[in-house]
Design a protein around this ligand. Structure first.
Ligand SMILES: [Zn+2]
Length: 252
C-alpha cells in the first residue's frame, strides 16, 4: 500500500511525499527543510523531478548530499542521476512508472504516472493544475495544448497531483471564462470549504478537470463565445482558443 501526502513549501507549493514500506520518495523538492522535517528519522530513498524551475529543484543538492539518494528527472537538470524521457518506464515504490514528455511550461517538462494499488497517479508538476494550467515560459501554445490533451486523454479516474495550491484563484478565472457551469460552481464551494479548513484541494482527477478546467474545455460553446469576443482573440481553432485563454489568464 502506497501513501501519498503533500508537504507544503514556500507560499503555495506542494512537495509530494510517497511512502511504500521503508521507501520514501519526494516529487519536486523546492526546499530541503520541510522534507527533512516530514521524514523525521526516515531515510529518503529517491527524488523525482518534473522540470528545472528552482521552486521544484532548490532542495535537491542538500537532500542528495544528506541521503546520498538517486535523482530521477529531465536530463537538462544537472543534479539528475537517472535521466528520464518520453516512453521511459521504471519501477520504484512497489509500482510501475511511465514518463510522458509534456513541453509548454518549460521545454524539459515531464509528467510521471504511477500505477500502484490498482490506481493511476499523475504527477504533472506545473503543466496541469486544478482548474488551470502552467504559464508558457518556454513552449508555444501548440506544444502546451498538445501536452494538456495527452493528460486529458488519461482515464478519468486518474488521480492528479499538481505542484501548487492555485485552485481557488483558478476557479475564479474558470467561472469568468465559462459563466454558469454548475460543475465549476460546485467545485468552488467544496474547494472554498477545504481551504477554510486548511486542507489541500488535491489530488484532483482527470474527470473533475475535464468538467471544470477551462484549458481542457475549448469545445465549450460558452468558452468559445468568451474568447471570440475578446479584442485579443487569437482565433477560433482549439489551439487558438487555448492561446487566448492562457493570455487572458496571464493578466486576470
Ligand atoms: Zn515551474
Amino acid at each position: 500500500m502506497i501513501t501519498i501526502r503533500p508537504i507544503p513549501a514556500f507560499s503555495d507549493n506542494y512537495i509530494w511525499h510517497l511512502q511504500h514500506k521503508d521507501e520514501h520518495w519526494v516529487v519536486d523538492p523546492g526546499d530541503a527543510d520541510p522534507v527533512m522535517r516530514a521524514l523525521g528519522r526516515n531515510q529518503l530513498t529517491g527524488i523525482l523531478l518534473t522540470h528545472h524551475h528552482f521552486d521544484h529543484t532548490g532542495g535537491v543538492p542538500a537532500l542528495k548530499q544528506t541521503y546520498e539518494c538517486p535523482v530521477y528527472g529531465p536530463a537538462s537538470i544537472e543534479s539528475v542521476t537517472h535521466p528520464l524521457a518520453e516512453g521511459d518506464q521504471f519501477s520504484v515504490l512497489g509500482g510501475q512508472w511511465e514518463v510522458l514528455s509534456v513541453p509548454g511550461h518549460t521545454l524539459d517538462h515531464i509528467a510521471l504516472i504511477l500505477h500502484a494499488d490498482g490506481a493511476r497517479h499523475l504527477f504533472c508538476g506545473d503543466t496541469l493544475f486544478a482548474a488551470g494550467c502552467g504559464r508558457l515560459f518556454e513552449g508555444t501554445p501548440e506544444q502546451m495544448f498538445r501536452s494538456l490533451s495527452r493528460l486529458a486523454d488519461l482515464p478519468s479516474d486518474t488521480l492528479v497531483y499538481c505542484a501548487h495550491e492555485y485552485t481557488l484563484s483558478n476557479l475564479k478565472f474558470a467561472l469568468t471564462a465559462e459563466p454558469g457551469n454548475p460543475d465549476i460552481e460546485a467545485r468552488m464551494a467544496s474547494a472554498s470549504r477545504a481551504r477554510a479548513e486548511h486542507r489541500p484541494t488535491l489530488p484532483s482527477t482527470i474527470g473533475i478537470e475535464l468538467a471544470t478546467n477551462p484549458f481542457l474545455r475549448t469545445q465549450s460553446p460558452a468558452i468559445q463565445a468568451q474568447t471570440h469576443a475578446r479584442a485579443d482573440s487569437e482565433g477560433d481553432t482549439p489551439v487558438e482558443i487555448f492561446a487566448t485563454l492562457r493570455r487572458w489568464k496571464d493578466v486576470f
